[in-house]
Design a protein around this ligand. Structure first.
Ligand SMILES: C[S@@+](CC[C@H](N)C(=O)[O-])C[C@H]1O[C@@H](n2cnc3c(N)ncnc32)[C@H](O)[C@@H]1O
Length: 231
């Protein structure tokens, strides 16, 4: 996901959930593990996401309630702890690797769990996650959607749409491929889609882009990172 070398254009049906699960199972349940050695990006990443949401709330009459968020592909809870719980009162975490969720529960997010700020931990792949209808104010997916095939991504967005409260939004923060092709990372079996391909899936799901921004300040050589709020 964080590797830089370009691979030839690859259809996303090369994605293997089994291969991805095996890859992540060997990864240390730590911030460095989550970000492939780029753990120091957390502060800037999360500060930018916080600004993105607060700008949305102040610049539009969004009426977004800052109550209940869902962190999809949550890993050990890096995004929940450093971004979502600075904005929303409560989060649920969805993550396919139970080891990462356990680390969140007993260590990385222990304080937040004790304070009652964490609702449910769902040990599920997003392709199998079927959130309760009308539950969330925001469903945020970061650095995980490249693990889903186009068909599963579309179905996931449709389920997320139904799981929003009135005025709720879907948030996406993902690498995008500047070369205009879908690139496969053979190591973790994820793809990096060009922005156009990602936005085509939003459109197919009937999701409108309410706000979009590009992450700035990351080291050169990494993929560009786009942020979206959708409804
Ligand atoms: C690059 S890490 C990002 C973690 C977290 N979003 C963050 O930004 O710190 C990717 C995460 O996605 C998880 N993942 C991979 N495939 C997944 C799937 N199909 N459904 C849910 N999570 C998945 C991995 O286990 C890993 O925790």
């Amino acid at each position: 996901m964080f590797s830089v070398a370009a691979a030839p254009e690859t259809p996303n049906d090369k994605i293997s959930y089994k291969k991805a699960a095996d890859y992540w199972d060997k990864i240390d349940p730590s911030i460095e593990g989550m970000l492939g050695g780029f753990g120091t990006l957390t502060e800037l990443d999360c500060a930018t996401s916080i600004r993105f949401i607060t700008e949305f709330c102040t610049q539009t009459n969004s009426a977004l309630a800052l109550e209940y968020a869902c962190d999809c592909g949550a890993g050990i809870g890096r995004v929940s702890k450093n971004f979502l719980l600075n904005v929303f009162k409560k989060v649920d975490l969805v993550e396919q690797n139970p080891k990462f969720l356990e680390q969140a529960k007993v260590d990385y997010m222990k304080e937040e769990v004790t304070a009652g700020k964490v609702g449910d931990f769902f040990p599920l792949g997003l392709q199998d996650f079927n959130p309760e209808v009308g539950r969330y104010d925001m469903i945020w997916s970061q650095w995980v959607l490249g693990h889903l095939t186009d068909d599963d991504l579309l179905a996931f967005f449709l389920r997320c749409k139904a799981a929003l409260k009135p005025n709720g939004v879907i948030g996406v923060k993902e690498n995008v491929c500047p070369r205009g092709v879908v690139e496969l990372d053979e190591q973790d079996s994820s793809v990096t889609r060009p922005a156009k391909a990602l936005e085509a899936v939003f459109e197919k799901a009937g999701l409108k882009i309410l706000k979009r921004a590009v992450q700035t300040g990351f080291p050169r050589g990494l993929y560009p990172v786009n942020m979206y709020l959708l409804q």
